[in-house]
Design a protein around this ligand. Structure first.
Ligand SMILES: [Mn+2]
Length: 367
């Protein structure tokens, strides 16, 4: 990450946290706080229990000897890295930094036991949960972030094409999921951005079905929802296919119903995408796709679109608000959001089509 981008991100976080906060503490557990990755841009190292402290005078990373060299090698200019060797050193460092200060923390990540220990050991005058503010600081992406997301999307898009060669009668959902992951890795994904979803046949009516031992048969829906990661940034894409669609055409009613479901979902997605522009609210875009599905064919698909239209995408797969029935967030240029309408019919199957879009002044750009 270049130093300007680092500086801007640190400023954004402090500004979002508000004037009443002296410092923002981002504290990893065994997992990395997404804000830690957002700010450091680190692509190597675990940084368990490492702490980032943002103040008006600078940003400091306190880490262990285990990670110190890894941190120094990757640190953007402007990030001070401090090596903490002992527990006493940790207490000394944290007390100096935090005692008597008004501290902002990520309440949706930091465990309660660590929160309690920070409060009692390092004696800040106030601890405020700034989790929502951190998320909002990450909503608008800069050019570097967009280029990483674009690469991740490109990989998933290509993997969705290549994986179709693996559609053969008898392959299991798990088998196809592992083929997908391998293709995605070979194209440059560091890891799947979430556990790859593969559903065959009627399993596709469950939006978060995990791949199992169901075997693929001619005429089945094949729903794949998957994502790649490039330099910590995620893609998230869903495609629904019909296995052996041509051979299946003779099957009549079932095939016609499947085709109609796919058409309705695609139309809903296109209508939503064409309505996106800066200044609209998330709920307005959700409404456009939902109305189309609900009213199509005298309401034959009413109640079958059972989730939100989309979410923000970035360091996390769910990187903040997007399009949902109650979402009042105003869409801004530079936001990256998924658009994923679906129709789900129990015992028959489901269709979801998901693409990732960038909000530009002219409207949505499909990535
Ligand atoms: Mn999604």
């Amino acid at each position: 990450m270049d130093s300007l981008s680092f500086k801007r991100k640190a400023e954004k976080i402090l500004k979002a946290a508000g004037k009443e906060i002296d410092s923002v503490l981002i504290y990893n557990t065994g997992m990395q706080d997404p804000n830690f990755l957002y700010l450091t841009g680190f692509t190597s190292g675990l940084f368990e229990y490492s702490a980032l402290l943002l103040t008006k005078t600078g940003v400091t990373l306190a880490t262990s000897p285990l990670e110190y060299e890894t941190a120094k090698a990757q640190a953007p200019k402007g990030l001070d890295v401090v090596c903490i060797n002992t527990h006493d050193e940790l207490i000394k460092f944290m007390t100096e930094q935090i005692s008597g200060k008004k501290l902002g923390i990520n309440g949706s990540f930091l465990p309660y036991n660590i929160y309690k220990s920070i409060k009692s050991k390092y004696t800040p005058t106030k601890i405020a949960d700034v989790s929502e503010k951190l998320l909002s600081a990450r909503l608008v992406k800069d050019a570097e972030e967009i280029s990483k997301i674009r690469k991740a999307v490109g990989i998933t898009k290509m993997a969705m094409v290549l994986v179709q060669k693996e559609f053969v009668s008898g392959i299991t959902e798990m088998g196809l999921a592992s083929k997908f992951d391998r293709i995605s890795a070979s194209l440059g994904s560091s890891e799947p951005s979430f556990k790859t979803i593969v559903c065959f046949g009627k399993n596709s009516s469950m939006p978060h079905h995990f791949p199992g031992d169901t075997k693929l048969a001619l005429g089945d829906f094949v729903l794949i929802d998957a994502g790649a990661k490039v330099d910590n940034y995620c893609s998230d894409m869903t495609r629904t296919f019909v296995f052996g669609a041509e051979a299946n055409e003779a099957a009549g009613d079932k095939a016609a119903r499947m085709t109609e479901m796919m058409d309705v979902v695609k139309q809903a997605q296109l209508k939503a995408i064409h309505s996106i522009k800066p200044g609209t609210r998330g709920m307005e875009i959700d409404r456009i796709a939902r109305d189309y599905i609900e009213t199509f064919g005298n309401g034959k698909y009413k109640g079958t679109f059972i989730h939100s239209l989309g979410h923000s995408l970035g360091i996390e797969v769910h990187d903040g608000p997007g399009f949902s029935p109650n979402e009042k967030t105003i869409i801004k240029r530079g936001m990256v959001i998924t658009v994923e309408p679906g129709i789900y019919i129990n015992g028959f199957g489901g269709v979801r089509i998901e693409d990732d879009i960038l909000v530009t002044d002219e409207g949505a750009l499909v990535l």
